[in-house]
Design a binder for this molecule. Structure first.
Ligand code: SF4
Length: 334
């Protein structure tokens, strides 16, 4: 708090406790840097000095004023909430955290910021800056991308939050996170250095902890199984492949098989699938087509052309194979 009163930046919304102005600034600052947000805040307050003025504007006018700020759903929600507050609450902002949460586009952070700054309610406002500061200060290694983690941070902050000035305290923490405990922290200038667990344990670079979302790719596999009497063609997966060294069949990523003169050479074709397989980064759907080739010479020619290895059917059981292939082999008979 001492640091905040000494070092806080002048920001136009810090001179007021009017909930309309605080709400406007909070919506503008979602996904926007402070320096970029200031001229928009000033434009909005000048054009729509009250929530009622904003409510009676057309959506087109509001969007126009928002132009260049991006994430336009924020502007649409802003307008909707203005209409809602104007109509349902007589133009007066709800004055508690719980009531504020009922408004469109207002989540736990924004509701807590408005409730604490404007109505002195003791609720922690946990934004990205606060997650960073608190996780380092208290050495909290919980995954901040999980919704349940917010509760842990709120409980921790409640232990140190004064009831007398909750709004200033929330703003102080956000400002400290923005200016000192930054992604690259300025520990050498930090008043909290001697109380900071992360500083002692040198974990500043790994906190706050955020699990990287794994993108799951959907993939279609088309396997072609060439057989001739008791012989079968397999392919060894190459170096660098996730299944390196394992054996599967000739694989394409489309359902078209591009082997010249192939269609003339088979005597029997049996399709099977799909078989699903989930890996960490991909969900595979695999289709299998078994093709019995009529003559040994044509069979060997295909194996050569496609760089496949010929095995006796009873040898397959000894080869290492991906689970997908094992599943297939347990479900079909040759
Ligand atoms: Fe953040 Fe470093 Fe201060 Fe700890 S010592 S609160 S890591 S700036």
């Amino acid at each position: 708090m001492n640091w905040y009163s000494r070092e806080k930046r002048y920001l136009p919304w810090r001179v007021t406790r009017n909930p309309y102005a605080i709400w406007l600034s909070e919506i503008i600052l979602q996904q926007t840097r402070v320096t970029q947000g200031i001229p928009y805040y000033e434009k909005f307050i000048k054009t729509y000095p009250t929530i009622h003025a904003l409510a009676v504007a057309s959506e087109q006018e509001v969007l126009k004023l928002w132009e260049g700020l991006g994430y336009y759903s924020r502007a649409r929600n802003l307008h909707k909430v203005a209409i809602q507050v104007s109509k349902e609450y007589g133009g007066i902002f709800p004055n508690s955290y719980i009531e504020l949460l009922k408004l469109k586009g207002i989540g736990p952070y924004t509701a807590a910021a408005i409730a604490s700054i404007c109505f002195h309610e003791k609720v922690p406002a946990v934004d990205g800056n606060v997650f960073r500061l608190i996780s380092r200060l208290f050495g909290i290694h919980e995954d901040i991308s999980k919704p349940s983690t917010r509760k842990i941070f709120e409980t921790t902050i409640n232990l140190i939050m004064p009831s007398s000035v909750p709004g200033d305290f929330n703003q102080a923490m956000m400002e400290f996170g923005a200016l000192i405990c930054k992604p690259r922290p300025r520990c050498e200038n930090c008043d909290l250095q001697f109380n900071c667990i992360s500083f002692k344990e040198k974990t500043q670079q790994i906190l706050p902890f955020k699990e990287k979302k794994i993108k799951i790719k959907k993939r279609a596999f088309y396997y072609w199984i060439f057989t001739h009497q008791h012989k079968i063609c397999l392919k060894k997966r190459i170096k660098g492949d996730i299944w390196e060294g394992l054996w599967d069949f000739y694989l394409t990523s489309t359902s078209l098989l591009n082997v010249e003169s192939f269609d003339r050479n088979h005597s029997k074709k049996v399709a099977y699938g799909p078989i699903n397989q989930k890996l960490t980064h991909q969900n595979i759907k695999a289709w299998f087509t078994q093709i019995e080739i009529s003559t040994p010479s044509q069979f060997n020619e295909i194996a050569k052309k496609l760089n496949l290895t010929v095995f006796n059917l009873d040898e397959i059981v000894t080869l290492p194979k991906p689970k997908l292939i094992v599943n297939y082999l347990t479900q079909v008979k040759f």
